[in-house]
Design a protein around this ligand. Sequence first.
Ligand SMILES: [Zn+2]
Length: 467
Amino acid sequence: MRIPRPLAVVTAAAVASLVACGGGVHGTPGGSGARDPYFPKAGNGGYDVGHYALDLAYDPGTHQLSGTATITARATQDLSAFNLDLKGLDVEKVTVEGHGARFNRAGQELTVRPPVELHDGRTFRVAVRYSGTPVTITDPDGSEEGWLRTADGALALGQPTGSMAWFPGNHHPSDKATYDLAVTVPQGLGAVSNGEPAGERTARGRTTYTWRTTEPMASYLATVAIGDWDVHRSATRDGLPVYTAVDPGQAQASRKLPDTIAEVLTWAQEHFGPYPFSSSGAIVDRPEDADYALETQNRPVFAGAPDTVLLVHELAHQWYGNSVSPKTWRDMWLNEGFATYAEWLWQEDHGGDTAQETFDALYAGHYYDGEDANDSVWAFPPADPPDAAHISASPVYQRGAMVLHKIRRTVGDDGFRTLMRGWASAHRHGNADTEDFTAYVERTAPDEDFSVIWEDWLYGEGRPDRP
Ligand SMILES: [Zn+2]
């Protein structure tokens, strides 16, 4: 729940024509984007969402999704119109504060003209009723997200822009919010989401599952997984609830998963500080249901039972990415460099390569089997991906982790642990960017000089001359 930076008013032609027609409310249109360097239409300006209440129904047989999204937001300017992001689906009705509102659509922008005054600072509710066939979105890097059909249901994955395929919202990581999600499915199917279960009821052959997320969440981390699930509830030694939902075909391979999650979280808290959310777990779908794992909040999604290192990566994101979220998609290395470094730390602590050995192998170019893969680590600076197709490319992960290792070598192991814990604490449930991070590091270790790390490793082109 962060207030977006002040926005230049980006007025779409459609919005301008609505505003000019007179008889409307005071104010100016909110921006149609959150000024992201890679996804300029993602997110919107002029308001800050506090809460999403999503009441959905999905039938895998007909592949139809219907629902009402009730969004509670606060105006950050006098709003004559504002946008939500929604891709595909048919909008049937929009209300603002209970009054029918005019709206129009252009691409992923759903523009709403409020029938009541929305002055700067006012909290308001907008409800959108919609239905249709939800779309799968192909990312600039070729991966698939949005609403994915699976053999027995569906899986919603949102990084970076997939969540607009299943609910309207302010779909940019800078605007975090709490969620209530209710999803109704044919009786016999299950539905799992973020947060904690908050009820289940069956009537007339359909079952409604309710999930509640009380800590702020970026919308790209929202998920709903519909299908046949083996659901298991356990707890860590500290009493943190662990909910796992496993496709029956992955049950045997996942039988140790709840215990492994507890073990990883205990280890991770030593390195990263207190776990930031009120439950954990995992969703394990079939290997063919998705091409990748995603750190969906509270319980990451895996395509097939994860190995421990992959589990470490996605659980580390709960601190770095999910609690401390990027301000824009340029800051992805603050997610992926950290989660990758968590893998290195885990291996170092469990009899595998030390982080130094991993760093050395990457620097020498014999970490991967292929030369191209080894060279790709140096393709661009981790803090400045060239375009939207590269926000999840190798330098963001591997070279991002190398930046952290350079910092660790500068401040020492104890100083580094303090720094990792302090960073997670300083921006807990918030947003941060690369400049926030470098300033934080410099404040934490004022006697050290990090300028070469920033210039060569974080922002520099090509492989630095010296390891
Ligand atoms: Zn990751």
